[in-house]
Write a protein that binds this ligand. Sequence first.
Ligand code: HEC
Length: 166
Amino acid sequence: MASGAVIGDGNVTSIPEGFRHWTFLGAPLTPNGLNGGAAGFPEFHHVYIHPDALAEFELTGVFPEGTTIVKELVLMHEGGYEDGSRDEPSGRGFFAKSFNGIDMMVKDSDRFADTNGWGFFNFGHHEPPYAETATAASAAECASCHADNATTEMVFGKFYPILGQN
Ligand code: HEC
């Protein structure tokens, strides 16, 4: 099933073309203003899933092999208040501005058996251009925290109402 990234030799892959046209799962936010000024990921986390994978998940409740989920970090417009928020015509809040990094996870139960069946990839935490390729990260870097805390396989499904997990 073509549901996202293609993993090559040595567990190297690249960012799937057109992922911003996939289904938008949601946008968790952990701003500096709520994290002592030093959030690990102070941006919006825009999360996308390949639509074929989502369709199959809706039928079976299981992510199909090859499921690819991309999380793109998105910086906010500078805040006028100490907590980083600002006033806009809709109210005081946080407003997305520009792209700032990509993390990705891909389900392949055989290849990534050591990390609960999902490979984790980081293409840089900075503005584009992102890294052309990434190699699967170690369990300690990524998968262990997902294994300990995620709610839907290795995915934080409870933050994405479209998955219907709450
Ligand atoms: C300390 C815990 C922790 C570590 C380490 C971690 N993550 Fe996550 N990750 C989360 C949490 C919590 C979310 C969902 C909420 C959010 O984005 O703030 C998430 C979300 C994601 C998502 C979106 C899908 C989902 O499960 O919600 C991807 C993709 C992702 N992480 C990839 C990675 C990659 C790649 C690494 C390593 C470079 C990594 N993560 C390391 C905690 C972690």
